[in-house]
Each structure stands twice: as C-alpha cells, then as structure tokens.
Design a protein around this ligand. Sequence first.
Ligand SMILES: Nc1ncnc2c1ncn2[C@@H]1O[C@H](COP(=O)(O)OP(=O)(O)OP(=O)(O)O)[C@@H](O)[C@H]1O
Length: 630
Amino acid sequence: MSANFDEEAMTEGSNSPPAPSLNGDVVLKWDNLNYQVKTKSGKQTSVRHILQNISGEVRAGEVIALIGSSGAGKTTLLNALSGRIVGGELSGSILFHGAKRNPGSFKRLTAYVQQDDLMHPLLTVHETLTYASRLRLPNKQYNAKQKAERVDTVIRQLRLEAARNTPIGDAATRGVSGGERKRVSIGTELLTDPRLLFLDEPTSGLDSNSSEMVVELVKKISVEQNTATIMTIHQPNARIFNIFDKVILLSQGQLIYFGPTSASIGYFASIGYECPVHENPADYFVDLMTLDYRSEEALTQSKQQVSTLVERFAEHAGQLQPPSSEKQASPAGSHSGSNVALRLDEPVPRNNWLYEYSTLARRDWINALRNIPFMVGQIAQAVVMALLIGFMFFHLKHDALSINNRLGVIFIIVVNATFPIVMPMLTLYYLERNIMVRERSSATFRVSSFFVSKLTSYIPIALIANTVFFIGVYFISHLVFDAGKFFIGLALFYCITAASVAFLLLVGSAVKSVEFGFVIAPFVLTIWLLFGGLFANPHTITPVLRWIRWVNPFQYAFSALVQNEFRTLEFVCKAGELCYNNGAEVIAAYSVGRFTIWQDALLTLMITFVYIILGYALLRWTAKPKTIWL
Ligand SMILES: Nc1ncnc2c1ncn2[C@@H]1O[C@H](COP(=O)(O)OP(=O)(O)OP(=O)(O)O)[C@@H](O)[C@H]1O
C-alpha cells in the first residue's frame, strides 16, 4: 500500500478549497494520551481503555473537528484536553503554549461550550451576555463601557442582533431558536476572547443550515481572533466538513486520522479506501471506523478493519503533520485579544467580592420578578392556605375546644412556613446551581458570592408569600388580637421562614442529584414535623430520639409561638369538662416553656446560621471540580 497521499491525492479526491495556511503558534500539544477506567461486571473488575496513544496539536487560528461514531471517545478526549476529566487514570502529556498547564490560568485563557446550553431562561440574549461579561471580564482590564462594547461585538460577530432582546426561553417559555441559543452559549464563552476554545457537539439538535452557520461563525471568529478551536461533532455534512482546517478521526479511543481536512480523502485513498465521488467524506470515514454489530462475522471484520486503520495511521502520522518545532509558541504568543498581556502562570484576576455579589443578586432579582408563575403561585397558595386554615379555625373562642384548635393553627403556621417554600425553591436552586457550576468551570466568580446572593434573594421572596399567609390566618382565625403579640408572632414566623430557606440551600448544596434532593428534603421536614412538639410531648419521647429536638427549628418556633399566644389567655371551662383554666397550664402541659420566647427565637436563628455555614461548606465541596490534570 502506498503512502503517496500528497498534493495530487489531495486535490483529486477533494472538492474543498485550498488548505489554509496553518502556520499559527502551537497553542495546545498533547502526546501519547491514554485514559482508562475500572469497570465492574458482577464481581469482576476490569480495566477499560477509553483513549489509547492519542497525540496531536492545535495551532492559533485553526479549527479542528473531532469526529467518530458514538462511544468513540470524542467527549473524553475533549474533556482530557480541556482539563475536565473526572475519575479514571489519565497519562501522557499536555502542553499549553509549550508549558505544563496551570489550572487557574488555563481556565481563564480557555473556554468550553457545553452541549446542554445551561442558561437563565428569563434573561434576554443581551442580558445573558451582559451579566456574563460583568462576571467574567476583570474590572482591572475592562471598565463598564468596554464590557458593554465587548457584548455588542460578540452579538455582532455571532449575528444575534435580531434576537438581542428575546428571552433565552425553555420548555415552558418561548425563546430564541435552537441555533440562536447555541450561538448565545458560544458568545458567553467568547466574551473573554479565549486563546483556546472547546466545543462539545455544538451542532447537536440543529438543522443543517443552523449547524453550518454555527460552524462557519466559529471558524470566522477563530481566524479573526487567532483562537485555536477544537470541537466534537457527530457526522457533519460535506460543506461543514470542509470548513474544518483539520480533523481527528477516532474509533474505539484510537486515532484513525489526524491531519488537514483537505488531505484526508487523499490519505484514505492512499491506504486503499477510496471515498466515492458523491459521498460525504465524513459519512464515509465514520462508516469505515464503526464496528458492525449486525453479526459475529461482520463484527470481527469491522474490528479487523479498525485495527488496520489504526496501524496505517501510526505508520503515516509523521507525514501528515508540519514539524511541530516549526513554530512553537512562546508564553506570550500572539493573540488578537486583550488578554494577551496575561502570563500563563499568572493567578486568575478576580473582581472584588462585593461587585460579584451585587451582580449576581441583581441577576437573581430580575429572574425572580420575571418568574411570574413562581411568584403568582407562591402568593396564590399563601392566600388559599390562609383562607382555608383561617376558616377551618374560624374565630377562635376561649372555651375548652379552642385550646386544641389554637395549638393546631399555630402548628400549621409553622409547617406552612416551610413546605411551600422548600420544595419549589429547591427546584429553582438546582437549576441555578447547575448554571453556577458551568459558569465557575471558567473561574468566573466565587462560591461565596453565589451562595450569599441566593440567600439574600430567596429569603425576601419567601417572606413576601409567608407574610400574606400569616396575616390572613392570624386575623381570620382570630389569634389573640394584640399588636405586641402579633408582631412578635410575625417575627418568630420570619425566623422559621429563614430557617426553611437555609435548610433548602443546605439540601441543594449537599446533594448533587435533584432526585435524591427531592427525597431528602421532605423526609427531613417530616421528621421535624413529627418532633415539632404537637404530636408528642418532648419529655415523653424515648431518650434515644430526644436529641432530635435540639436540631429541630420546628420545635423552637412552635414553643415560642405557643408561649406568645397562650401566656395571657384565660379559658372558660364548663363543669365536668376536661379543660385547662389558663394558657400557663397549657404551656406547662405541652412542655413548651423550657426556653423563653427570645431564647427560642435565638435558637432558631442559630440553627439557621449553622445550616447556612454547613450549606456553604458543602457547596464548596460538592461544586469543586474533581478533575485530573496533566
Ligand atoms: N468514567 C467512565 N467510566 C466508564 N466508561 C466510560 C467513562 N467515560 C467514558 N466511558 C465510555 O467510554 C466511551 C467513550 O465515551 P465518550 O463519551 O467519550 O464517547 P463519544 O465519542 O463522545 O460518544 P457520543 O458521541 O455518543 O457522545 C463510551 O463507551 C463511554 O461509555
């Protein structure tokens, strides 16, 4: 088999434009990458080689496509190169501008566009990019006007002018089209003018026109900004295929081809695989390297073919690459962007905490106020529950029956401060948390500013709905009409509301899985409810479980509210009726007077504080990428 796949073969087999001059600096160079994971089948543990001996490089201004059939290892390779691989064993070497990667500066100087486009659905395209620019661009290098100009440039570059004021949207809200959404997602990453751009399946789910537009724009921007780009792509059509400067063809984690796109057809022809004239080369190559599971025989044959392709490429690899010593990058390699002055070992320049916090808090409030179904739902449920519970315990009197009813209404008030807040807000928090993890993967802002911004937006939102509920129930059921008692009751209710918000942040931070979070939260709330003080007297609970009251904010809030309500009450008991004569007897009977109202309030706030600290620590821990670096 001949290795003659040069000029002649290239022009003959391809209708692509002449190969662009690929003479930029080497931005990323990887050598002999191997990645393996341990897999378990029954009791047997085996090692699975996902990437084997992968070498290559990408130069400034060029766009490389990573092509292969499903399971070929494209995403794994992209993750290894971008520093996002988690678990398993990665070996080999990866050099960024000729030096070992420093995770901090590598993240800052590179960008990664995920496949799933996680963004705030209620923000417009312009707002999404504006907030990203405020959070990602350092104030030391960009003032507010320059940030706004950068946003306008990206909107222009990605042809998003028409969608500028359209919300991103989601399944529930109509928003931008799929192609626009992908371009916004790419735009948020391009704001920082990265030297190296990774894209995971940027065309998945798009029609061929939108796909072509996305790839064309990425190519144009890469050339204009001298950005090196690597993207995974499934089976591009012939026009898209020809846009790429180079392609990496992967099968079973092994290299089948890495070299100029324009030389690929010639190369395959030279080793005996002639691409038919009217066939899309990408389809032809993917067919060649896909295992055929239709029969045992076909599988053996296709495996043999893949081995042959791997061997052939190993023999010819050197001939397809320009000598890499030809133009090695210096750490201050040329780049059109403004971050050219950054040194590779320089720590990430961060904006100050207050600026980060105020930007995130403003974004949270915009999101909250635009989330009409959520806000209306919260207020509506508060009104309905207030009417329902208020009329259920309508106009409480001062007889024996009213004692149980007063205890009941107080307990329901405590429960209602929690359940309707925790569950819907937990849903919002998981969405926000996932967006935060994506944003922080590019070293965007601190976990603390995110966490505090959530706390300071969720608590007031929870208080709005809960105030409506409390006032409604208080006056309809006619709890003691006394201004002092009313405001103390409201303050106590606010304490338990704050504890509920802290609790949902704790669960949402500690538990990564949404499904598991939605099991844990009601489970713990039910335990609080059971040990809240109404169903069982704290003194009669078995000592093994008695400790639960110490960590149960329900119990403190219930105790305080019962004391507030009952302390001055006198009851009219009929002869022979089982009845307490006054509130003091009720307080003693239910053992809720162990602490004063203020001590109970303080203990509720202390628990809230502990939840906040724990939630923050756990969020730091769970949101920290546990990636492997070479
Ligand atoms: N941590 C892991 N543990 C076990 N198997 C893994 C792990 N990571 C990747 N794999 C396996 O390695 C193979 C390559 O995965 P990868 O996601 O890189 O493929 P891909 O080419 O991107 O596929 P697709 O196009 O379908 O997304 C798959 O078979 C996948 O199941």
